[in-house]
Design a protein around this ligand. Structure first.
Ligand code: CO
Length: 636
């Protein structure tokens, strides 16, 4: 019996499109923005029985270029019926990959653009020009409201395999009407010459590569330790379902840990809901640069096929992503999801001084589920980790190529770093938001904010050393809005008040934030109005069917105020209910020459650790590794 949260298969995506067409809901001028699983209710999933009776359902977003209108459809695939269809007025859904390709062609075929690049830079061969679609955002221009726009950034290669990002065409911004798929104007600012040099990273173009790297092989002679049935995976005591969709990319579902003979629910759904990259430069070519990579570009749509470019070692299994192009044609990203195990050093160790010949040490192993998306110049790797001790980690790997600008010789721009002659990288931040729908041992959970504080000095604290952890139960949404606080070592704990552990306390999981940042732009900056989720690091909401994306369903060209900032204004009750924990985390990027021409990976993430969920260390039962022959120079 397939798990009901299995993502749609290629056949199901095609069936959804066929059903929409048969119902007359797909005009030839329409684009299919996304088709994804409409998930059954969690009560039905938790029941664990009767799954075969659940219909397979899909949710689709459509956009009609002829009428500039967005539609949402719901379908019962089992009954081959459209069950809901509605017009969503005044919104722009995610740009599709087809539009990226068509937009580039439209710009390259535009006479005014060709004229501008020739006049400014002497560029006559448009075959070497790269046009990255870049979202238009919204900056209060009433004429642009209600249009479907893009504001591409352009670059020029010196030859067909050159890294074109090293040569930004500064001062020229075409603006494209994506409905008509034509350039409506070419904005020209003070001309800046093309940077003189090129910079490449492709191995064929990097001379003198180092020659001292010896083979390092990971072998798993008995195969992997996990079992996959469709997208449902079990690994040691963990079980979960791997989802994927055009918007969020990788999603995880129904995460359980087998403890003393029973599967205990931990997280019901975990996903990246949005991210935004605001840039710091107020100059005209750069000032409107901010990208909502989930809501505007579609993190799943931008996923890599890891068939040829997976950097993992060991026994790898893959899962394909089944999407469709904007005309509804089936589109499979082969090997979009990578699944493998990694050795992770010491799990635990102790040597009893009185038993020196009997040290006890265990290797840590982790299950890694990952995908990588390329959003034009930038790469984001999304890595979920499951550990034997009940920890769950999430790590984003930021790499790829900086979004660059060109400057005049000798110019030192105040809002970025010169990273090569006449090439500069504007300062920017990356803000991510992850949604964690906890179901710890059941659906009704409570979130606590944990702050560590020192006791007042006095007769009860004569040595002035006392400190304690204070737990504040979060009762309402506004109370729950919070920032990290290093002074109190602030963390959060999700508990199930109805289920007690061996020491009589509610079972819990603790959230440990990692690196983070505050936004530097004013709260009134246009992008921040549209990205209200950056106003707090932590938000807690009661589960609501339509609340999945931190900046709202349609951030593309939105005027703002949607998503978490709006929902939590209702100040709903969040104690002892189906709670959703949202975490916003930011990476401040002041670029350096070493980020050029390609960035060494930067990492950001968080960790969830059981905290009174288990009665003792759940990894106490991990056996020692097989003793092995120890070649000279080997330690343990
Ligand atoms: Co960056």
């Amino acid at each position: 019996m397939p798990h009901p949260l299995e993502p749609l298969s290629a056949a199901e995506v095609s069936r959804a499109v066929t059903v929409l067409a048969a119902a007359g809901k797909l005009a030839p001028t329409m684009r299919v923005v996304s088709v994804m699983l409409k998930e059954p209710s969690k009560v039905e999933v938790h029941a664990g029985t009767g799954w075969e009776a659940l219909p397979r359902e899909a949710a689709a977003v459509l956009f009609d270029n002829a009428t500039n209108s967005c539609f949402e459809a719901e379908l019962n695939l089992s009954a081959e019926a459209v069950t809901a269809f509605r017009h969503v007025p005044g919104v722009q859904p995610t740009m599709t990959i087809d539009e990226q390709v068509e937009c580039e062609r439209a710009v390259l075929n535009d006479a005014a653009f060709a004229d501008a690049i020739k006049r400014h830079h002497g560029i006559t061969d448009t075959a070497l020009v790269m046009v990255d679609i870049w979202s238009a955002g919204f900056y209060g221009n009433a004429e642009e409201k209600g249009m479907r726009l893009a504001r591409p950034l352009c670059f020029v290669r010196s030859d067909p395999t050159d890294n074109g990002y090293a040569r930004p065409i500064e001062g020229i911004r075409p603006v494209v009407d994506l409905n008509a798929m034509r350039v409506i104007r070419v904005e020209e600012y003070a001309p800046v010459p093309l940077p003189p040099g090129s910079a490449n990273y492709a191995s064929a173009r990097v001379p003198n590569q180092r020659a001292d790297i010896k083979p390092l092989a990971i072998t798993q002679p008995d195969g992997p330790g996990f079992v996959l049935e469709g997208n449902a995976i079990s690994w040691q005591k963990w079980a979960l379902v791997i989802g994927f969709n055009a918007r969020e990319g990788l999603t995880l579902h129904h995460i359980r840990y087998r403890d003393q003979g029973r599967d205990r629910s931990i997280l019901y759904r975990a996903s990246l809901t949005e991210m935004v990259v605001p840039y710091a430069d107020p100059n005209p070519t750069q000032v409107r640069k901010n990208a909502f990579d989930v809501g505007e570009y579609g993190m799943g749509m931008c996923a890599n096929s890891l068939r040829l470019g997976c950097d993992c070692v060991g026994h790898i299994e893959y899962r394909d992503a089944h999407l469709c192009d904007s005309r509804g044609k089936s589109l499979t990203i082969e090997n979009a999801i990578c699944i493998h195990e990694e050795d992770y050093g010491i799990l635990w160790k102790h040597t009893d001084r009185r038993l020196p010949d009997a040290p006890e040490v265990r290797r840590s192993r982790r299950l890694v589920i990952s995908s990588v998306s390329t959003v034009e110049n930038y790469e984001y790797g999304f890595f979920w980790y499951f550990y034997q001790d009940g920890n769950i980690g999430f790590e984003i790997k930021l790499t790829g190529i900086l979004s660059l600008g060109a400057v005049n010789p000798g110019e030192k721009p105040p809002f970025g770093s010169i990273i090569a002659p006449q090439v500069y990288a504007p300062n920017h931040q990356h803000f991510f938001n992850v949604r964690l729908d906890f179901d710890l041992d059941g659906i009704a959970n409570t979130v606590q904010q944990l702050d560590v504080t020192a006791d007042p000095v006095g007769p009860d604290n004569p040595f002035e050393n006392a400190f304690r952890a204070k737990a504040t139960a979060l009762e309402t949404e506004k109370q729950a809005r919070a920032h990290l606080n290093l002074e109190t070592g602030r963390a959060w704990k999700v508990v199930n008040p109805a289920v007690k552990n061996a020491v009589g306390e509610p079972v819990g999981y603790k959230f440990f934030p990692g690196d983070n940042a505050f936004p530097f732009a004013s709260p009134n900056a246009w992008w921040r109005k549209r990205a209200g989720f950056v106003n707090h690091h932590v938000w807690v909401t009661p589960f609501a069917e339509g609340e999945k994306y931190a900046a709202g369903d349609y951030p593309n060209q939105s005027t703002g105020g949607d998503g978490l900032i709006k929902w939590t204004e209702a100040d709903r009750a969040i104690a002892d209910t189906d709670v959703v924990f949202w975490y916003t985390f930011g990476h401040t990027h002041i670029p350096r020459p070493e980020d050029y021409p390609v960035m060494p990976t930067a990492y950001i993430g968080f960790l969830l650790k059981p905290n009174g969920f288990f009665d003792l260390n759940p990894a106490n039962d991990v056996p020692p590794s097989e003793p092995k022959a120890k070649p000279a120079g080997c330690c343990h």
